[in-house]
Design a protein around this ligand. Structure first.
Ligand code: PXL
Length: 278
């Protein structure tokens, strides 16, 4: 069997378990080859009080050109944290070039959390993210990102399923066939993932809310979803597996007092992601 390849267009961050640092091991555990296409290089992620941030935009075109020259192809493309407006054009060009027939594109519109945008996300960059959504087959926003993409005021967890469905329907009409809105609070103890596939009744995947929010959770969830889809699973099952895996990692971190901005201790459970051959 020829192994599948996924291009991870995302930042490379040394400490904090986000983006490529955590997505590559997750998809590798799922027997998929990870190919990093860096958008920025950081020492730690932007939730730390200090970080080194090197925007990789000026070098991305040359980096990607070699893949074009080599006539490479990918089975999937996953995009995440983007560092500049120009980068979105580069990413769109990448998707057009490499999104060969049958390959899918997962866009995680990484922009913010808890109703706030990350410090590096300017209003112009947020606007530009709306262009990228059109090229997504699968979109994995959290509630903050969904609201920002739809120009709706953020209310913490306070959206009904009907409102969520209406927003997903509008968003889906722009491009993405599958959308999961991740990490929506439901009461004090539950987290809901709202799963929308065009032409189907929406479904939800619930998880227990354990401790506070942890950085990098969205990246872990996107990686598991992309890997599951590449391995032939349906969207709802993929989200379920992603939520279960993230919950396990979060529970481990809580039990062991791992600080919230250190990300998810995926290393402890990577093996659970490996499907045995029939
Ligand atoms: O997990 C999202 C993310 C990705 N990359 C960087 C970040 C963040 C969230 O803070 O700072 C660099």
């Amino acid at each position: 069997m020829l192994q599948k390849k996924i291009a991870l267009i995302n930042d490379i961050t040394g400490f904090g378990r986000c983006s490529v640092a955590v997505m590559a091991p997750v998809v590798s555990a799922m027997k998929i080859q990870a190919v990093a296409v860096p958008t920025a290089i950081l020492s730690t992620h932007t939730q730390f009080p200090r970080y080194f941030f090197d925007d990789y935009t000026p070098r991305m075109r040359d980096y990607i050109q070699t893949y074009k020259d080599l006539d490479m192809s990918f089975d999937a493309i996953a995009t995440g944290f983007l560092g500049s407006v120009d980068q979105v054009d580069i990413v769109v060009d990448f998707i057009k070039t490499f999104g060969k027939k049958g390959a899918f594109t997962l866009v995680d519109p990484v922009m913010g959390d808890y109703g706030r945008l990350y410090r590096t996300y300017t209003p112009a960059l947020c606007d530009k993210m709306k262009d990228l959504v059109r090229f997504a087959d699968v979109l994995t926003p959290n509630l903050t990102e969904l609201c920002s993409l739809m120009d709706v005021d953020y209310r913490d967890g306070d959206f009904s399923n009907d409102e969520l469905e209406a927003m997903c329907r509008r968003l889906s009409s722009l491009g993405p066939r599958h959308i999961v809105v991740t990490g929506i609070r439901r009461g004090e103890t539950q987290i809901m993932n709202f799963v929308f596939s065009r032409g189907e009744a929406p479904r939800t995947v619930m998880a227990d809310r354990i401790g506070g929010d942890r950085s990098g959770t969205g990246d872990v969830i996107s990686a598991v979803i992309a890997g599951m889809l590449l391995n032939g699973h349906g969207f709802h099952d993929s989200v379920k597996q992603a939520a279960e895996f993230a919950s396990k990692c979060i529970a481990y971190c809580e039990e062991n007092d791992v600080p919230a901005h250190w990300g998810l201790g995926v290393e402890m459970y990577l093996r659970d992601l490996t499907e045995e051959e029939e």
